[in-house]
Design a binder for this molecule. Structure first.
Ligand code: G3I
Length: 305
């Protein structure tokens, strides 16, 4: 196959990208989007600050631009993200206790209900664990409402859109030996054992020289899948260039392909110039929209599956 999406589809997987609504007028950008990808994640437009700027006043216009573009092109949508400590609207940052818990649950319910039937998978909770060696939850206003806030969010999401897969999504959970990875694993294991509705785990996969693709990446994905959840690579980007970067993209792709429950890969932007990283060249297309060596490595890996 000659595109990322068609190549991924050969093994029943998808290949997605993050999309920014304000770039949907850029013909180079949209041309690559329409040609290469079959899953779309809104980079910012479906987050809490974007969708509920004032309490109980919801705005879906920019999210809708992305969802409608995707669906009109026959692409699926990953919802990102219902509950997160970051990118909260100002009013929510100032809440605590029961009023914050209820506001969070209302947000989950309202947004998941609005998009009901249009979402393949939701990142229900994003980045709830601390970095470093503690294996603890991240301190946040949401965490301070009680340790059960994550499962409460998952139950609310399931009630609102029973057809969407419900995922936990985080970064620095790629290396099996890291405390953060182990902590997320134990949470998913606990949720599965108690019947908390969770269907998938997203691995953001933001890599750079200080945080390279781990050699045990396949082990991590397989061990999570063995808990009875799907896994996905959700925000892939890898700093670097040339063949070294291409090899790392190939390794991530092969790790997913080797796990039957790894259902797809999403890169966090299209061209290097679209990346959230202020500098660097972490994506599959250069700033002119040309395919990089990393693109060819991913395509070839998908085609050899
Ligand atoms: O839209 C406003 C604009 O009006 C304003 O003038 C400008 C001034 O700062 O800010 C613009 O908003 C920015 C927004 O991106 C859109 O470009 C925010 O400041 C900026 O903080 C925001 O960054 C986003 C970041 O999440 C915020 O946490 C990045 O685009 C986005 O790629 C990034 O994505 C996250 C995932 O959601 C979760 N995982 C990590 C990943 C990378 O950080």
């Amino acid at each position: 196959a000659s595109t990322l999406a068609a190549a991924a589809q050969q093994s029943g997987r998808y290949f997605g990208t993050a999309v920014a609504a304000n770039k949907l007028g850029d013909s180079t950008y949209v041309g690559i989007l329409n040609r290469e990808f079959d899953m779309v994640t809104a980079e910012n437009e479906m987050k809490m600050d974007a969708t509920e700027p004032n309490q109980n006043q919801f705005t879906f216009s920019n999210g809708d631009r992305i969802v409608n573009h995707a669906r009109n092109q026959g692409k699926r949508v990953r919802g990102h993200a219902l509950a997160w400590h970051s990118q909260q609207p100002g009013w929510m940052q100032n809440l605590s206790g029961t009023s914050l818990r209820n506001a969070m649950l209302n947000h989950v319910t309202q947004v998941a209900t609005y998009y009901k039937g249009k979402i393949y998978a939701w990142d229900v909770v994003n980045e709830a664990f601390a970095d470093g060696t503690s294996g603890a939850r991240r301190d946040s206003n949401l965490q301070r409402t009680g340790n059960d806030w994550i499962e409460a969010a998952f139950r609310a999401a399931r009630a609102a859109d029973p057809g969407a897969k419900l995922c936990y999504n985080d970064y620095n959970t790629d290396n099996w030996s890291h405390a953060k990875t182990q902590a997320v694993y134990r949470m998913v294991q606990d949720f599965k054992s108690r019947g908390v509705p969770i269907d998938c785990v997203g691995f953001q996969a933001h890599f750079n020289s200080g945080n390279p693709v781990p050699s045990n990446y396949h082990t991590t994905l397989q061990n999570f899948a063995n808990l009875g959840v799907d896994v996905q690579v959700t925000e892939l980007d890898i700093e670097g260039s040339g063949s070294s970067q291409a090899q790392q993209f190939q390794g991530v792709t092969q790790a997913c392909l080797a796990v039957s429950r790894c259902t797809g890969i999403t890169v966090w932007g299209i061209r290097d110039s679209d990346s959230w990283r202020a500098s660097g060249t972490p994506l599959l297309f250069d700033s002119y929209g040309n395919k990089k060596a990393a693109y060819t490595a991913v395509l070839n890996a998908l085609n050899s599956a």
